[in-house]
Design a protein around this ligand. Structure first.
Ligand SMILES: C[S@@+](CC[C@H](N)C(=O)[O-])C[C@H]1O[C@@H](n2cnc3c(N)ncnc32)[C@H](O)[C@@H]1O
Length: 297
């Protein structure tokens, strides 16, 4: 842990790493054991359900994922409008604080959790005040601690994503919002196709927020950014570095050969993407989780 991060021991067991929290967070915390913080939890059936930490790409995350400042500004303004009436916000899978920092600047009391201490360190360096090393499937907060939760690009990394949703609905009074792309990244699809041709099938762990929308009806759904141009060469540079979690299991020699084909097809082109904001009522998510519990039992 870096020297800059403060570990609070007062209200909670010492083994829980709470990074630099302000006083409003301490009363939200419930008693914890170290097991809350383990990556990989025991499912009911006794198997280990996986989740993916971004420790290995924390140093390049902002460089590879950053949106142009004017797009980010528009997105944060739209998100702020969706969060109207909310004061306390949880960012589940906060990462480097890409959304947390601007929302904190807008005046929200925001707490970020993540399983990656390296991503949290980046968020801390940017000035995100309340950060907690914790798993979204075992949140260290009391019931209904937050008015809203935001979670962006996280559920696809959690095998038992319903456990994360269950925890989010436990600690959230009103709404869950997600910012996501309107359609899959065409380059990612091409990368997967080229892998398939080489005999590698990519395993999908969780569910994307965009997929979630197709079977849990959001309260609101808006296209915040339309036809955002993306330079293929920038995406290729990101893929080159194996910056995306779907690439991490691909052997290097296969990766290099796929990249060669990808570059030959796409280099120099532009593609366009929409960015959406999805808003679900906590109650709707709870109803879905209850129903899917009943139907699987
Ligand atoms: C793709 S990044 C997105 C970060 C941030 N939400 C953003 O949009 O910039 C996904 C983040 O989720 C975190 N993560 C993965 N599984 C998690 C879990 N079970 N609980 C909390 N965070 C998790 C990763 O460590 C990573 O920082």
């Amino acid at each position: 842990m870096s020297q800059g991060l403060r570990v609070i021991h007062s209200a909670i067991p010492a083994q829980c790493y709470i990074y630099s929290v302000s006083s409003f967070v301490t009363h939200l915390l419930k008693g914890l054991s170290i097991f809350n913080l383990l990556v990989g939890s025991l499912e009911d059936g006794g198997g280990i359900a996986l989740t993916v930490s971004f420790d290995r790409v924390a140093h390049i995350f902002d460089k590879t994922r950053g949106l142009p400042p004017h797009i980010m500004k528009k997105l944060v303004n739209a998100l702020t409008a969706e969060l109207k009436g909310c004061r306390t916000i949880l960012d589940a899978g906060v990462g480097t604080g890409r959304f947390a920092k601007p929302l904190q600047n807008k005046g929200f009391d925001l707490v970020g959790v993540d399983i990656s201490s390296k991503m949290l360190e980046r968020a801390h360096q940017k000035g995100v005040k309340n950060l907690c090393l914790a798993d979204a499937r075992h949140l260290p907060f009391r019931d209904l601690s937050f008015d809203a939760t935001i979670s962006n690009h996280v559920l696809h990394l959690i095998e038992d994503w319903k456990a994360a949703l269950r925890e989010i609905t436990r600690v959230t009074r009103s709404i869950l919002t997600s910012t996501t792309y309107g359609s899959p990244n065409p380059l990612r699809e091409a990368y997967e196709e080229l892998l398939k041709k080489r005999g590698f099938e990519q395993r999908r762990l969780g569910i994307s927020e965009a997929e979630l929308k197709s079977f849990i009806q959001p309260l609101r759904f808006m296209v915040a950014i339309t036809n955002m141009p993306v330079n293929v060469d920038k995406t290729l540079a990101m893929f080159d570095e194996k910056a995306c979690s779907h690439q991490w299991d691909v052997p290097n020699h296969v990766h290099r050969s796929v990249m060669k084909d990808l570059r030959a097809c796409f280099a120099g082109k532009i593609y366009y993407r929409d960015v959406q904001i999805l808003v679900w009522k906590t109650e709707t998510l709870k109803r879905y989780l209850k129903m899917s519990n009943t139907s699987s039992s």
